[in-house]
Design a protein around this ligand. Sequence first.
Ligand code: G3H
Length: 479
Amino acid sequence: MKPWNGDVHSVYSPVCIKTAEGYKRKLIGTYPICTQEEAMSSLDAAVAAYNNGRGQWPTMSVADRIHHVEHFTKMMIAQKDIVVKLIMWEIGKSFADSIKEFDRTVEYIYATIDALKDVDRQSSRFEIEQGIIAQIRRSPLGVVLCMGPFNYPLNETFTTLIPALIMGNTIMFKPPKHGTLLFYPLLNAFKECFPKGVVNTIYGRGATIVPELMKSGKINVLTLIGSSKVANELKKLHPKVNRLRAILGLDAKNLAIVTPNADIKLAVSEIVLGSLSFNGQRCTALKIIYVHEKVVDEFLQLLSAEVSKLKYGMPWEKGVTLTPLPEPGKPAYLKECIDNAIANGAKVINEHGGESFESFVYPAIVYPVNKNMKLYREEQFGPIIPVVSYSDVDEPIEYLIESTHGQQVSIFSNDSEELSVLIDPLVNLVSRVNLNCQCQRGPDAFPFTGRKDSAEGTLSVVDALRSFSMRSLVATKMN
Ligand code: G3H
Protein backbone atom coordinates (compact mmCIF):
# COMPACT_ATOMS: atom_id res chain seq x y z
CA MET A 1 0.00 0.00 0.00
CA LYS A 2 1.27 3.53 -0.78
CA PRO A 3 -0.43 5.93 1.59
CA TRP A 4 1.74 8.92 0.76
CA ASN A 5 -0.13 11.74 -0.93
CA GLY A 6 1.69 14.63 0.65
CA ASP A 7 -0.68 14.99 3.62
CA VAL A 8 1.19 14.36 6.87
CA HIS A 9 0.38 14.27 10.56
CA SER A 10 2.91 15.73 13.00
CA VAL A 11 3.37 13.74 16.18
CA TYR A 12 4.04 15.72 19.34
CA SER A 13 5.25 13.98 22.47
CA PRO A 14 3.57 14.78 25.78
CA VAL A 15 7.12 15.59 26.90
CA CYS A 16 7.49 19.37 26.67
CA ILE A 17 10.69 21.24 25.92
CA LYS A 18 11.62 24.86 26.55
CA THR A 19 11.39 27.06 23.46
CA ALA A 20 11.58 30.82 22.87
CA GLU A 21 7.75 30.90 23.20
CA GLY A 22 7.68 28.88 26.42
CA TYR A 23 7.27 25.13 26.97
CA LYS A 24 6.02 23.20 23.94
CA ARG A 25 5.33 19.54 23.23
CA LYS A 26 8.32 18.09 21.42
CA LEU A 27 7.86 17.19 17.77
CA ILE A 28 9.00 13.57 17.45
CA GLY A 29 8.00 12.61 13.94
CA THR A 30 5.49 12.73 11.15
CA TYR A 31 3.54 10.14 9.24
CA PRO A 32 1.62 10.20 5.98
CA ILE A 33 -2.16 10.25 6.23
CA CYS A 34 -4.26 7.89 4.14
CA THR A 35 -6.85 9.34 1.83
CA GLN A 36 -10.27 7.73 1.79
CA GLU A 37 -9.43 6.10 -1.57
CA GLU A 38 -6.26 4.60 -0.14
CA ALA A 39 -8.13 3.25 2.89
CA MET A 40 -10.78 1.73 0.62
CA SER A 41 -8.16 0.15 -1.61
CA SER A 42 -6.55 -1.39 1.51
CA LEU A 43 -9.95 -2.78 2.41
CA ASP A 44 -10.27 -4.24 -1.09
CA ALA A 45 -6.87 -5.88 -0.57
CA ALA A 46 -8.07 -7.41 2.74
CA VAL A 47 -11.27 -8.66 1.08
CA ALA A 48 -9.27 -10.11 -1.84
CA ALA A 49 -6.79 -11.83 0.48
CA TYR A 50 -9.68 -13.41 2.37
CA ASN A 51 -11.41 -14.24 -0.93
CA ASN A 52 -14.58 -15.54 0.72
CA GLY A 53 -12.53 -17.94 2.81
CA ARG A 54 -10.70 -19.33 -0.24
CA GLY A 55 -7.57 -17.14 0.07
CA GLN A 56 -4.11 -18.47 0.79
CA TRP A 57 -4.24 -17.26 4.43
CA PRO A 58 -7.66 -18.55 5.56
CA THR A 59 -7.02 -21.93 3.91
CA MET A 60 -3.47 -22.29 5.20
CA SER A 61 -2.85 -25.00 7.83
CA VAL A 62 -2.79 -23.85 11.44
CA ALA A 63 0.82 -25.02 11.73
CA ASP A 64 1.82 -22.80 8.82
CA ARG A 65 -0.04 -19.78 10.17
CA ILE A 66 1.72 -20.30 13.49
CA HIS A 67 5.02 -20.41 11.67
CA HIS A 68 4.31 -17.02 10.03
CA VAL A 69 3.35 -15.46 13.38
CA GLU A 70 6.49 -16.87 15.03
CA HIS A 71 8.59 -15.33 12.28
CA PHE A 72 6.81 -12.00 12.82
CA THR A 73 7.41 -12.18 16.59
CA LYS A 74 11.12 -12.77 16.10
CA MET A 75 11.32 -9.74 13.82
CA MET A 76 9.34 -7.73 16.36
CA ILE A 77 11.70 -8.71 19.18
CA ALA A 78 14.61 -7.50 17.04
CA GLN A 79 12.95 -4.04 17.06
CA LYS A 80 12.35 -3.99 20.82
CA ASP A 81 14.62 -1.03 21.68
CA ILE A 82 13.12 1.34 19.18
CA VAL A 83 9.51 0.27 19.78
CA VAL A 84 9.91 0.69 23.56
CA LYS A 85 11.40 4.17 23.11
CA LEU A 86 8.58 5.15 20.78
CA ILE A 87 5.94 3.97 23.29
CA MET A 88 7.66 6.11 25.91
CA TRP A 89 7.94 9.21 23.72
CA GLU A 90 4.55 8.97 22.04
CA ILE A 91 2.35 8.39 25.07
CA GLY A 92 4.59 9.40 27.98
CA LYS A 93 4.52 5.93 29.58
CA SER A 94 7.49 5.38 31.90
CA PHE A 95 10.42 3.55 30.34
CA ALA A 96 9.98 0.66 32.80
CA ASP A 97 6.27 0.33 31.96
CA SER A 98 6.99 0.64 28.22
CA ILE A 99 9.37 -2.33 28.51
CA LYS A 100 6.69 -4.23 30.47
CA GLU A 101 4.14 -3.47 27.75
CA PHE A 102 6.47 -4.84 25.09
CA ASP A 103 7.40 -7.99 27.04
CA ARG A 104 3.79 -8.69 28.02
CA THR A 105 2.85 -8.50 24.33
CA VAL A 106 5.53 -10.99 23.30
CA GLU A 107 4.44 -13.36 26.09
CA TYR A 108 0.84 -12.96 24.96
CA ILE A 109 1.73 -13.92 21.38
CA TYR A 110 3.59 -17.05 22.50
CA ALA A 111 0.73 -17.98 24.84
CA THR A 112 -1.67 -17.53 21.91
CA ILE A 113 0.42 -19.88 19.79
CA ASP A 114 0.40 -22.51 22.54
CA ALA A 115 -3.35 -22.14 23.04
CA LEU A 116 -3.95 -22.50 19.31
CA LYS A 117 -1.90 -25.70 19.22
CA ASP A 118 -4.33 -27.08 21.83
CA VAL A 119 -7.35 -25.92 19.84
CA ASP A 120 -5.87 -27.54 16.75
CA ARG A 121 -5.21 -30.83 18.55
CA GLN A 122 -8.87 -30.87 19.61
CA SER A 123 -9.98 -30.23 16.00
CA SER A 124 -8.05 -33.21 14.77
CA ARG A 125 -10.28 -35.48 16.88
CA PHE A 126 -13.51 -36.87 15.51
CA GLU A 127 -16.79 -37.01 17.38
CA ILE A 128 -19.48 -39.59 16.75
CA GLU A 129 -23.13 -38.96 17.60
CA GLN A 130 -26.17 -40.81 16.32
CA GLY A 131 -24.34 -42.40 13.40
CA ILE A 132 -22.69 -39.16 12.28
CA ILE A 133 -18.94 -38.71 12.50
CA ALA A 134 -17.79 -35.10 12.59
CA GLN A 135 -14.60 -33.12 12.77
CA ILE A 136 -15.32 -29.94 14.69
CA ARG A 137 -13.06 -27.06 13.78
CA ARG A 138 -12.69 -23.36 14.32
CA SER A 139 -12.99 -21.32 11.13
CA PRO A 140 -12.20 -17.65 10.44
CA LEU A 141 -14.87 -14.96 10.06
CA GLY A 142 -13.53 -12.68 7.31
CA VAL A 143 -12.12 -9.16 7.48
CA VAL A 144 -11.41 -7.83 10.97
CA LEU A 145 -11.14 -4.08 11.57
CA CYS A 146 -8.80 -3.71 14.49
CA MET A 147 -8.31 -0.55 16.58
CA GLY A 148 -6.36 -0.37 19.84
CA PRO A 149 -6.22 2.37 22.50
CA PHE A 150 -3.56 4.99 23.21
CA ASN A 151 -2.83 3.73 26.74
CA TYR A 152 -1.65 0.28 25.63
CA PRO A 153 -1.04 0.99 21.95
CA LEU A 154 1.09 -2.08 21.28
CA ASN A 155 -0.29 -4.53 23.81
CA GLU A 156 -4.02 -4.02 23.44
CA THR A 157 -3.74 -3.82 19.66
CA PHE A 158 -1.94 -7.15 19.53
CA THR A 159 -4.25 -8.87 22.02
CA THR A 160 -6.91 -8.59 19.31
CA LEU A 161 -4.91 -8.35 16.07
CA ILE A 162 -2.75 -11.45 16.66
CA PRO A 163 -5.59 -13.84 17.64
CA ALA A 164 -7.71 -12.51 14.76
CA LEU A 165 -4.82 -13.01 12.36
CA ILE A 166 -3.72 -16.43 13.54
CA MET A 167 -7.30 -17.75 13.22
CA GLY A 168 -7.15 -17.05 9.47
CA ASN A 169 -8.91 -13.69 9.20
CA THR A 170 -7.47 -10.79 7.23
CA ILE A 171 -6.87 -7.51 9.01
CA MET A 172 -7.56 -3.82 8.56
CA PHE A 173 -5.50 -2.14 11.24
CA LYS A 174 -5.85 1.50 12.29
CA PRO A 175 -3.29 2.43 14.99
CA PRO A 176 -4.40 4.75 17.81
CA LYS A 177 -4.00 8.50 17.29
CA HIS A 178 -1.45 8.70 20.12
CA GLY A 179 0.60 5.59 19.45
CA THR A 180 1.05 5.34 15.68
CA LEU A 181 4.77 5.92 15.15
CA LEU A 182 5.69 2.93 17.29
CA PHE A 183 4.23 0.61 14.64
CA TYR A 184 6.60 1.92 11.95
CA PRO A 185 9.49 -0.37 12.93
CA LEU A 186 7.07 -3.31 12.56
CA LEU A 187 5.75 -2.50 9.08
CA ASN A 188 8.54 -4.36 7.37
CA ALA A 189 7.83 -7.43 9.51
CA PHE A 190 4.12 -7.33 8.56
CA LYS A 191 5.16 -7.17 4.91
CA GLU A 192 7.78 -9.88 5.09
CA CYS A 193 5.86 -12.34 7.28
CA PHE A 194 2.33 -12.34 5.84
CA PRO A 195 0.95 -12.79 2.34
CA LYS A 196 -0.13 -9.65 0.47
CA GLY A 197 -3.37 -8.14 1.74
CA VAL A 198 -3.43 -10.11 4.99
CA VAL A 199 -2.40 -7.22 7.28
CA ASN A 200 -3.30 -3.75 6.00
CA THR A 201 -2.28 -0.75 8.08
CA ILE A 202 -4.08 2.54 7.53
CA TYR A 203 -2.92 5.80 9.07
CA GLY A 204 -4.64 9.01 9.75
CA ARG A 205 -7.86 10.49 10.94
CA GLY A 206 -10.01 7.62 12.13
CA ALA A 207 -13.07 9.85 12.33
CA THR A 208 -12.80 10.45 8.58
CA ILE A 209 -11.66 7.15 7.13
CA VAL A 210 -13.12 4.49 9.44
CA PRO A 211 -16.86 5.33 8.99
CA GLU A 212 -16.58 4.70 5.23
CA LEU A 213 -14.98 1.31 5.88
CA MET A 214 -17.94 0.39 8.08
CA LYS A 215 -20.50 1.68 5.56
CA SER A 216 -19.00 -0.56 2.87
CA GLY A 217 -20.42 -3.62 4.67
CA LYS A 218 -17.15 -5.45 3.97
CA ILE A 219 -16.03 -5.56 7.60
CA ASN A 220 -17.06 -8.82 9.28
CA VAL A 221 -15.67 -8.13 12.75
CA LEU A 222 -15.16 -4.82 14.50
CA THR A 223 -12.69 -4.90 17.35
CA LEU A 224 -12.08 -1.72 19.27
CA ILE A 225 -10.57 -1.00 22.65
CA GLY A 226 -11.77 2.51 23.36
CA SER A 227 -14.95 4.49 23.87
CA SER A 228 -18.45 3.00 23.83
CA LYS A 229 -19.73 6.11 22.04
CA VAL A 230 -17.36 5.55 19.11
CA ALA A 231 -18.08 1.80 19.06
CA ASN A 232 -21.85 2.36 18.95
CA GLU A 233 -21.57 4.98 16.22
CA LEU A 234 -19.39 2.71 14.08
CA LYS A 235 -21.61 -0.34 14.54
CA LYS A 236 -24.67 1.60 13.38
CA LEU A 237 -22.94 2.49 10.11
CA HIS A 238 -22.67 -1.15 9.04
CA PRO A 239 -25.44 -1.92 6.54
CA LYS A 240 -25.96 -5.41 8.01
CA VAL A 241 -25.27 -4.77 11.66
CA ASN A 242 -26.82 -8.10 12.67
CA ARG A 243 -24.08 -9.85 10.69
CA LEU A 244 -21.29 -7.84 12.28
CA ARG A 245 -19.45 -9.40 15.21
CA ALA A 246 -18.09 -6.87 17.69
CA ILE A 247 -15.34 -7.57 20.20
CA LEU A 248 -15.10 -4.44 22.30
CA GLY A 249 -13.26 -3.29 25.43
CA LEU A 250 -14.86 0.00 26.43
CA ASP A 251 -15.41 2.57 29.19
CA ALA A 252 -15.41 1.68 32.86
CA LYS A 253 -15.90 3.40 36.20
CA ASN A 254 -14.45 0.77 38.51
CA LEU A 255 -15.34 1.15 42.14
CA ALA A 256 -13.62 0.20 45.40
CA ILE A 257 -15.49 -0.45 48.64
CA VAL A 258 -13.48 0.02 51.83
CA THR A 259 -15.52 -1.47 54.67
CA PRO A 260 -15.02 -0.66 58.37
CA ASN A 261 -13.31 -4.06 58.70
CA ALA A 262 -10.66 -3.38 56.09
CA ASP A 263 -6.91 -3.37 56.59
CA ILE A 264 -6.69 0.34 55.76
CA LYS A 265 -2.96 0.29 55.04
CA LEU A 266 -3.38 -2.50 52.51
CA ALA A 267 -6.47 -0.84 50.99
CA VAL A 268 -4.59 2.43 50.55
CA SER A 269 -1.56 0.87 48.91
CA GLU A 270 -3.73 -1.09 46.45
CA ILE A 271 -5.98 1.90 45.75
CA VAL A 272 -3.06 4.25 45.07
CA LEU A 273 -1.69 1.91 42.41
CA GLY A 274 -5.14 0.96 41.18
CA SER A 275 -6.06 4.61 40.69
CA LEU A 276 -2.80 6.16 39.58
CA SER A 277 -0.69 3.64 37.64
CA PHE A 278 0.03 5.23 34.27
CA ASN A 279 -1.65 8.38 35.65
CA GLY A 280 -5.02 6.63 35.96
CA GLN A 281 -5.21 6.19 32.18
CA ARG A 282 -6.32 2.55 32.30
CA CYS A 283 -9.80 1.23 31.64
CA THR A 284 -9.22 -1.01 34.66
CA ALA A 285 -8.24 1.88 36.95
CA LEU A 286 -10.22 2.47 40.11
CA LYS A 287 -12.28 5.58 39.36
CA ILE A 288 -14.46 6.01 42.44
CA ILE A 289 -13.81 4.92 46.03
CA TYR A 290 -16.55 4.28 48.58
CA VAL A 291 -15.20 4.35 52.14
CA HIS A 292 -17.24 3.59 55.24
CA GLU A 293 -17.81 6.74 57.32
CA LYS A 294 -16.20 5.13 60.39
CA VAL A 295 -12.82 4.80 58.65
CA VAL A 296 -12.91 7.58 56.08
CA ASP A 297 -10.72 10.05 58.05
CA GLU A 298 -7.99 7.49 58.64
CA PHE A 299 -8.24 6.38 55.01
CA LEU A 300 -7.89 9.91 53.60
CA GLN A 301 -4.93 10.72 55.81
CA LEU A 302 -3.05 7.60 54.75
CA LEU A 303 -4.06 8.03 51.11
CA SER A 304 -2.67 11.61 50.98
CA ALA A 305 0.56 10.44 52.57
CA GLU A 306 0.96 7.60 50.05
CA VAL A 307 0.15 9.80 47.06
CA SER A 308 2.78 12.32 48.19
CA LYS A 309 5.41 9.55 47.99
CA LEU A 310 4.79 8.91 44.28
CA LYS A 311 7.56 10.18 42.08
CA TYR A 312 6.66 12.37 39.13
CA GLY A 313 8.96 13.27 36.32
CA MET A 314 10.00 12.45 32.80
CA PRO A 315 9.15 8.96 31.52
CA TRP A 316 12.78 7.89 31.33
CA GLU A 317 13.48 8.72 34.99
CA LYS A 318 13.94 5.78 37.35
CA GLY A 319 11.08 4.95 39.73
CA VAL A 320 8.69 7.45 38.17
CA THR A 321 4.91 6.78 38.35
CA LEU A 322 3.43 10.13 37.31
CA THR A 323 4.36 11.27 33.82
CA PRO A 324 3.06 13.73 31.17
CA LEU A 325 -0.37 13.03 29.66
CA PRO A 326 -0.58 12.46 25.89
CA GLU A 327 -4.05 13.87 25.22
CA PRO A 328 -3.63 17.66 24.79
CA GLY A 329 -7.12 18.44 26.13
CA LYS A 330 -6.82 16.24 29.24
CA PRO A 331 -5.34 18.75 31.77
CA ALA A 332 -8.18 21.21 31.03
CA TYR A 333 -10.80 18.43 31.33
CA LEU A 334 -9.41 17.27 34.68
CA LYS A 335 -9.41 20.85 35.97
CA GLU A 336 -13.04 21.18 34.88
CA CYS A 337 -13.91 18.01 36.87
CA ILE A 338 -12.11 19.30 39.96
CA ASP A 339 -13.64 22.82 39.71
CA ASN A 340 -17.07 21.28 39.30
CA ALA A 341 -16.58 19.14 42.40
CA ILE A 342 -15.40 22.16 44.42
CA ALA A 343 -18.40 24.20 43.24
CA ASN A 344 -20.61 21.38 44.54
CA GLY A 345 -19.04 21.19 47.99
CA ALA A 346 -15.96 18.95 47.70
CA LYS A 347 -12.31 19.74 48.48
CA VAL A 348 -8.99 18.64 47.10
CA ILE A 349 -7.54 17.21 50.26
CA ASN A 350 -3.91 16.58 49.27
CA GLU A 351 -1.20 19.16 48.91
CA HIS A 352 -0.65 20.25 45.26
CA GLY A 353 -3.57 18.02 44.17
CA GLY A 354 -4.78 19.00 40.70
CA GLU A 355 -1.95 21.46 40.04
CA SER A 356 -0.74 21.26 36.49
CA PHE A 357 2.16 22.32 34.37
CA GLU A 358 1.81 21.90 30.61
CA SER A 359 1.05 18.21 30.11
CA PHE A 360 1.61 17.21 33.79
CA VAL A 361 -1.26 16.99 36.26
CA TYR A 362 -0.48 16.24 39.89
CA PRO A 363 -2.97 13.70 41.33
CA ALA A 364 -5.94 15.09 43.22
CA ILE A 365 -7.86 13.32 45.99
CA VAL A 366 -11.34 14.83 45.91
CA TYR A 367 -13.67 14.43 48.89
CA PRO A 368 -16.60 14.21 49.60
CA VAL A 369 -17.90 13.39 46.15
CA ASN A 370 -21.66 13.31 45.58
CA LYS A 371 -24.24 12.71 42.85
CA ASN A 372 -24.20 16.31 41.59
CA MET A 373 -20.59 16.16 40.46
CA LYS A 374 -19.11 15.18 37.11
CA LEU A 375 -16.63 12.97 38.96
CA TYR A 376 -19.45 10.86 40.31
CA ARG A 377 -20.36 9.31 36.97
CA GLU A 378 -17.85 10.43 34.33
CA GLU A 379 -14.83 8.29 33.61
CA GLN A 380 -12.03 10.75 34.39
CA PHE A 381 -9.31 8.55 32.82
CA GLY A 382 -6.66 10.57 34.61
CA PRO A 383 -5.00 11.20 37.99
CA ILE A 384 -8.01 12.05 40.17
CA ILE A 385 -9.22 9.88 43.07
CA PRO A 386 -12.86 10.71 43.91
CA VAL A 387 -13.82 9.50 47.41
CA VAL A 388 -17.40 9.03 48.68
CA SER A 389 -18.23 8.23 52.28
CA TYR A 390 -21.01 5.69 52.91
CA SER A 391 -22.92 4.43 55.91
CA ASP A 392 -24.73 1.45 54.39
CA VAL A 393 -23.11 -0.94 51.90
CA ASP A 394 -26.26 -0.77 49.79
CA GLU A 395 -25.04 2.68 48.68
CA PRO A 396 -22.12 1.45 46.52
CA ILE A 397 -24.29 -1.44 45.33
CA GLU A 398 -26.99 1.05 44.27
CA TYR A 399 -24.30 3.06 42.51
CA LEU A 400 -23.37 -0.01 40.45
CA ILE A 401 -26.98 -0.88 39.68
CA GLU A 402 -27.57 2.60 38.28
CA SER A 403 -24.23 2.74 36.47
CA THR A 404 -23.96 2.38 32.69
CA HIS A 405 -20.64 0.61 33.29
CA GLY A 406 -19.97 -2.88 34.61
CA GLN A 407 -16.32 -3.85 34.49
CA GLN A 408 -14.78 -4.43 37.96
CA VAL A 409 -15.07 -3.83 41.69
CA SER A 410 -12.53 -4.14 44.52
CA ILE A 411 -13.70 -4.88 48.06
CA PHE A 412 -11.47 -4.36 51.07
CA SER A 413 -12.42 -6.20 54.25
CA ASN A 414 -10.75 -8.58 56.69
CA ASP A 415 -14.10 -10.09 57.59
CA SER A 416 -14.60 -13.18 55.44
CA GLU A 417 -18.32 -13.31 56.19
CA GLU A 418 -18.76 -9.71 55.09
CA LEU A 419 -16.88 -10.51 51.87
CA SER A 420 -18.87 -13.62 51.13
CA VAL A 421 -22.18 -11.76 51.50
CA LEU A 422 -21.00 -9.10 49.03
CA ILE A 423 -19.45 -11.33 46.37
CA ASP A 424 -22.61 -12.75 44.79
CA PRO A 425 -24.54 -9.50 44.32
CA LEU A 426 -21.40 -7.78 43.02
CA VAL A 427 -20.28 -10.44 40.58
CA ASN A 428 -23.74 -10.24 39.02
CA LEU A 429 -23.27 -6.52 38.43
CA VAL A 430 -19.72 -6.43 37.07
CA SER A 431 -17.48 -8.97 35.38
CA ARG A 432 -14.75 -9.26 38.02
CA VAL A 433 -14.72 -8.82 41.78
CA ASN A 434 -11.30 -8.32 43.40
CA LEU A 435 -10.92 -9.19 47.06
CA ASN A 436 -8.46 -7.00 48.95
CA CYS A 437 -6.65 -6.07 45.76
CA GLN A 438 -6.88 -3.50 42.99
CA CYS A 439 -8.71 -3.99 39.67
CA GLN A 440 -6.67 -5.13 36.68
CA ARG A 441 -6.91 -6.97 33.37
CA GLY A 442 -4.30 -9.65 33.95
CA PRO A 443 -3.18 -12.34 34.17
CA ASP A 444 -3.90 -12.56 30.44
CA ALA A 445 -5.08 -16.16 30.74
CA PHE A 446 -8.12 -14.88 32.70
CA PRO A 447 -11.27 -13.73 30.90
CA PHE A 448 -11.40 -9.98 30.34
CA THR A 449 -14.84 -8.52 29.68
CA GLY A 450 -17.50 -6.30 31.21
CA ARG A 451 -21.24 -5.77 31.50
CA LYS A 452 -23.43 -2.95 30.10
CA ASP A 453 -21.40 -0.32 28.17
CA SER A 454 -18.06 -1.69 29.36
CA ALA A 455 -17.52 -4.47 26.83
CA GLU A 456 -18.88 -6.78 24.18
CA GLY A 457 -17.39 -10.25 23.82
CA THR A 458 -14.58 -11.65 25.94
CA LEU A 459 -10.82 -11.49 25.60
CA SER A 460 -8.08 -13.62 27.17
CA VAL A 461 -5.56 -15.79 25.43
CA VAL A 462 -8.08 -18.59 24.79
CA ASP A 463 -11.25 -16.47 24.62
CA ALA A 464 -9.74 -14.26 21.93
CA LEU A 465 -9.14 -17.29 19.70
CA ARG A 466 -12.83 -18.16 20.11
CA SER A 467 -13.97 -14.55 19.64
CA PHE A 468 -12.27 -14.27 16.24
CA SER A 469 -13.51 -17.59 14.86
CA MET A 470 -16.58 -19.79 14.77
CA ARG A 471 -17.17 -23.47 15.35
CA SER A 472 -17.78 -25.30 12.10
CA LEU A 473 -17.82 -28.98 11.26
CA VAL A 474 -17.24 -31.53 8.58
CA ALA A 475 -19.74 -34.33 9.08
CA THR A 476 -20.19 -37.74 7.42
CA LYS A 477 -22.94 -40.28 7.88
CA MET A 478 -21.53 -43.64 8.86
CA ASN A 479 -22.92 -46.55 6.88
O1 G3H B 1 -6.87 0.22 29.74
C1 G3H B 1 -7.27 -0.93 29.88
C2 G3H B 1 -6.33 -2.03 30.03
O2 G3H B 1 -6.99 -3.22 29.69
C3 G3H B 1 -5.72 -2.09 31.40
O3 G3H B 1 -4.89 -3.18 31.54
O4 G3H B 1 -5.13 -3.63 33.96
O5 G3H B 1 -3.27 -4.62 32.68
O6 G3H B 1 -3.31 -2.18 33.16
P1 G3H B 1 -4.12 -3.41 32.91
